[in-house]
Design a protein around this ligand. Structure first.
Ligand code: AMP
Length: 399
């Protein structure tokens, strides 16, 4: 069954719409929002609903309040920023369920926007508690999920709530995510190249296995490359290695090769004498990593190799940085790959929190076809899993 989207709903006029969004934005110590991409990403859906004079009730989590009320995790900064972005008052509800909230929502006029307080102030949210979900559903005529980044979580506002609302659909952010994912993974224009990086292999082996039946080339960088290199017999010094995964890494590598997939690993790296921005560093080939040093970025020869491997790509998906890009000394490889991906002639899809930060920092986001808002959700889609939040949209979208 297919997902129904907000523009397929007959009449939004004056209706109470409960919109699950992901406003889990980063805040500094003064509760200022340092990056508001997640709020901006949902504006098309909010504005669409407002164009129909709907009553828009927004619900999100922020941080990890662990089921308890905590002012530090209030949705107030997000409500304020949204108000500035849409040029309209956004009232912050005192809670997300309860009598006071119901009273406030009963006073809403068409075209009003209310932001509920943090959903995770209640343990029922993460427990997918049906009673909590029913209390949330009480607020609305229509449920819209536009929080792709949490759709891999079976939480009350993502999953259980859909049983209790008559009309269930997804927003435009979700539509974009699903459309681009399908373009890349279901009917890709080939060659299809997957670039994987980040710290660890664990959590990404399932993705790699699933990719092996879909992609033409796999490019591996970041810390996870060292587990593969060690499994292939290289001495990688003190680089990050997950010893217990060595046999599985080797198996995955061999499986990819047997399927005829081109499997690219780094040939050189930037090594450091300690994990520190001020560490002593040098570039070395993979065969000559000193015993006491650790690889923290891909080297210049690898950048050339990887860039060349991307030359004939028609579709590229990328998750995870090529090195510890948060530290200047180990950021060059990731930024060089951002440039290579941005300047390629391919449909390019970048996903995963860290990778999108790197793309934004490099100022190349306008040249990437699509930057996914999902980290874990994006990886699980790549793994071929059915995400709980997507499954219920499919099941309940046409009830
Ligand atoms: P992940 O959450 O698995 O995508 O990992 C992202 C993190 O991987 C980033 O914070 C990077 O600093 C880190 N990372 C990338 N390359 C390395 C490396 N060679 N050694 C240690 N950490 C790395």
């Amino acid at each position: 069954m297919s997902i129904r989207y907000i523009d397929e709903i007959d009449d939004l006029r004056g209706k109470k719409i409960f919109m699950r969004v992901d406003f889990n934005v980063p805040l500094d110590e003064h509760q200022n929002i340092t990056e508001d991409t997640r709020i901006r990403a949902v504006l098309p859906t909010i504005n669409y609903a407002l164009d129909f004079n709907a009553k828009v009730i927004l619900a999100s989590h922020l941080g990890r309040p662990k089921g308890e009320r905590n002012a530090k995790y209030s949705m107030a900064p997000a409500a304020m920023r949204l108000s500035r972005l849409i040029g309209k008052e956004v009232r912050l509800a005192p809670d997300c369920i309860g009598e006071e909230v119901t009273k406030l929502l009963d006073t809403m006029q068409p075209g009003d926007v209310v932001m509920l307080e943090n959903l995770r102030f209640y343990p029922g949210e993460e427990k997918n508690d049906p009673d909590f979900a029913r209390a949330l559903a009480d607020h609305c005529d229509i449920y819209i999920n536009d929080a792709f980044a949490v759709s891999h979580r079976a939480h009350a506002s993502v999953e259980a709530i859909t049983q209790f609302v008559p009309v269930v659909a997804a927003g435009f952010l979700m539509k974009n995510e699903m459309n681009y994912f399908e373009k890349a993974m279901k009917n890709p224009i080939r060659p299809l190249v997957a670039i994987l990086g980040g710290a660890k292999v664990s959590g990404k082996l399932e993705v790699l296995e699933s990719l092996c039946s879909k992609v033409d080339k796999i490019v591996i960088g970041g810390g996870m490359a060292f587990t593969f290199l060690k499994a292939l017999g290289y001495n990688v010094g003190k680089s990050l290695v997950e010893e217990e995964l060595l046999p599985t890494a080797l198996k995955t590598y061999n499986m990819a090769r047997e399927k005829g997939i081109k499997f690219y690993l780094p040939i050189d790296c930037v090594v450091a004498d300690r994990f520190n921005p001020a560490a002593e560093t040098k570039v070395t080939t993979i065969q000559e990593i000193p015993e006491d040093w650790m690889g923290l970025d891909i080297g210049p020869a690898t950048v050339t190799l990887f860039t060349e491997a991307l030359q004939n790509a028609k579709t590229i998906i990328w998750n995870g940085p090529m090195g510890v890009f948060e530290m200047d000394a180990f950021s060059r490889g990731t930024f060089a790959m951002v440039a290579a991906v941005a300047n390629s002639y391919a449909l390019t899809i970048v996903g995963g929190g860290d990778t999108d930060v790197a793309v934004h920092r490099a100022g190349e986001y306008a040249k990437i076809s699509y930057i996914s808002t999902g980290g874990g959700a994006f990886l699980e889609l790549l793994e071929g899993k059915k995400l709980p939040g997507i499954r219920v949209l499919e099941e309940n979208g046409h009830k």
